[in-house]
Design a protein around this ligand. Structure first.
Ligand SMILES: Nc1ncnc2c1ncn2[C@@H]1O[C@H](COP(=O)(O)OP(=O)(O)OP(=O)(O)O)[C@@H](O)[C@H]1O
Ligand SMILES: [Mg+2]
Length: 237
């Protein structure tokens, strides 16, 4: 599902934290949004996920430019620390599917497949309270994938994971994009991860879009001096 953000303004306590004229996220691609702390990445995702209201402008979904209400079931957000229910891994992954009344045999099949994809199969009947931070993050991801969203939003979703788990998750996301044709927007600080994942790359600073481009152009030949500084590890504000 394509997403367009148009003339978006967001303020907190009179301070503008997002000011974006136009931003497009095309269907079936992996978009990686980077930027320093406080640049507005999470706020942008929350607005696209319908959790926060923008102060001005609009977000349009799909080719028909629907409003959020028409497409909400097709969108899933995985936050930095996603809320999990106090029950087993299996029940957490199944929760959204139960709510949507998916038939039992299909549900089981899908839960097992998603648990397997994120390497959680041995932990299915453990209570999530007994899991490590990284394992919990993988439960949140499996739960999101199980819903088969057309738009998957991820906010620093691999932040506490070890390198091996990160590689697993990156592969899962690429497979999901390819097999399901999902549109993925991934927020990360990790430039190496961004290079591995991105079809399209975006840099936000102080609520503004500094540069967008195809991954290769963005990383190999950035136009903006600020992008060059950011990629080079300088602190730029
Ligand atoms: N609920 C809120 N009330 C007031 N200010 C907020 C609120 N949420 C975010 N902000 C401010 O908006 C700005 C953007 O925050 P946001 O969380 O979107 O940044 P970010 O790019 O995700 O940063 P990080 O890399 O640290 O996660 C920050 O200055 C933040 O302090
Ligand atoms: Mg954030």
């Amino acid at each position: 599902m394509r997403v367009q953000v148009l003339e978006l303004i967001k303020e907190y306590d009179g301070i503008k934290v997002l000011d974006i004229e136009k931003l497009s996220f095309e269907k079936g691609r992996i978009h990686v949004v980077m930027g320093p702390n406080g640049s507005g990445k999470s706020t942008l995702l929350s607005i696209i996920a319908g959790l926060e209201k923008a102060g001005g402008g609009r977000t349009a979904y799909g080719d028909e430019q629907h409003d959020f209400e028409r497409v909400r079931k097709k969108i899933t957000l995985v936050m930095q620390r996603s809320y999990l229910f106090n029950t087993t891994v299996y029940a957490n992954i199944a929760a959204g599917l139960r709510y949507r009344r998916l038939e039992q045999s299909k549900l089981r099949d899908r839960v097992l497949r998603c648990a397997h994809a994120v390497d959680l199969k041995g932990l299915l009947y453990r209570n999530v309270r007994t899991l490590s931070g990284g394992e919990k993050q993988r439960v949140a991801l499996a739960r999101a994938l199980a819903l088969q969203p057309d738009l998957l939003l991820l906010d620093e979703s691999t932040a506490n994971l070890d390198p091996e788990s990160i590689i697993i998750i990156e592969k899962v996301l690429k497979d999901f994009q390819r097999e399901w044709g999902a549109t993925i927007i991934f927020v990360t600080h990790n430039i190496f991860q961004a290079k591995r994942l991105a079809d399209e790359a975006y840099l936000l600073m102080r609520g503004r879009v500094i540069e967008t481009g195809k991954s290769k152009d963005f990383f190999d030949n950035p136009v903006s001096e600020l992008t060059r500084g950011f990629l080079g590890g300088d602190i730029v504000y």
